[in-house]
Write a protein that binds this ligand. Structure first.
Ligand SMILES: [Zn+2]
Length: 223
């Protein structure tokens, strides 16, 4: 049986027949996988808890979609995030997006690094809608679904409407595109390219921008 070792973040965990847990793990080597973790007497409960990053030794099983956990060592359980309900909810949204967008066993090491980077910079005082919008935009770019630079495909004016893989000014935007009427031109670029997450700009009327980006993300995922 083949074994491999990888860092991985638990996205979801389901108890199985009181004997163990089926974990969804986003790994740096193999992307999103399912793995069976057997219950043991001294099992650290964090090892079957979403939002825990660990080093995993995983082994193939007869079911090619399920690995067995041979060994696991916690790297970080992100305890600081767990202590604040609001941060925990936003981290949960991020895990959910990875869970719904990443195909099983699609290698995505840069996206893994990006995910961990965003979680490491999630504090109670973080402007959460900006934090999540920025992650979603980077994810769209990583998936090749965000046209860059954010200029109109037709006339090169700054883009204010987006479709997966295309962007438009408001004059050339197709009726069903995702529009950012009220967003200052540079905000989407700032959120997309920001390196230091301490400098995240707050979003004016934040929920509306976030809602448009979430709608774009969800539309792109269904394509
Ligand atoms: Zn245009």
């Amino acid at each position: 049986m083949r074994q491999f070792q990888s860092r991985g973040l638990i996205l979801a965990s389901h108890p199985h027949l009181h004997k163990g847990y089926v974990l969804k793990i986003f790994t740096s080597q193999q992307g999103s996988i399912s793995a069976y973790l057997q219950s043991q007497k001294h099992l650290d409960p964090l090892l079957c808890s979403p939002l825990c990053e660990a080093e995993w030794l995983l082994q193939d099983s007869y079911d090619r979609d399920l690995f067995y956990v041979r060994e696991a060592t916690i790297i970080t359980p992100f305890l600081a995030i767990r202590q604040h309900l609001s941060s925990l909810q936003w981290a949960g949204k991020l895990l959910q997006i990875i869970l719904t967008t990443q195909l099983p066993q699609k290698p995505s090491s840069p996206l893994y690094a990006l995910t961990i980077h965003y979680l490491r910079h999630l504090y109670p005082e973080t402007p959460h809608p900006s934090w999540f919008s920025s992650f979603l935009l980077k994810l769209l770019k990583w998936e090749g679904l965000l046209h860059h630079p954010l200029h109109c495909t037709v006339c090169q004016a700054p883009s204010r409407a987006i479709l997966p893989g295309e962007s438009y000014c408001l004059s050339h935007a197709p009726p069903f595109s995702f529009r950012f009427h009220h967003v200052e031109e540079s905000l989407l670029e700032k959120l997309l390219f920001i390196k230091n997450l301490k400098d995240l700009p707050p979003i004016p009327h934040g929920q509306e921008v976030l809602r448009e980006i979430e709608a774009l993300q969800s539309y792109a995922t269904r394509m």
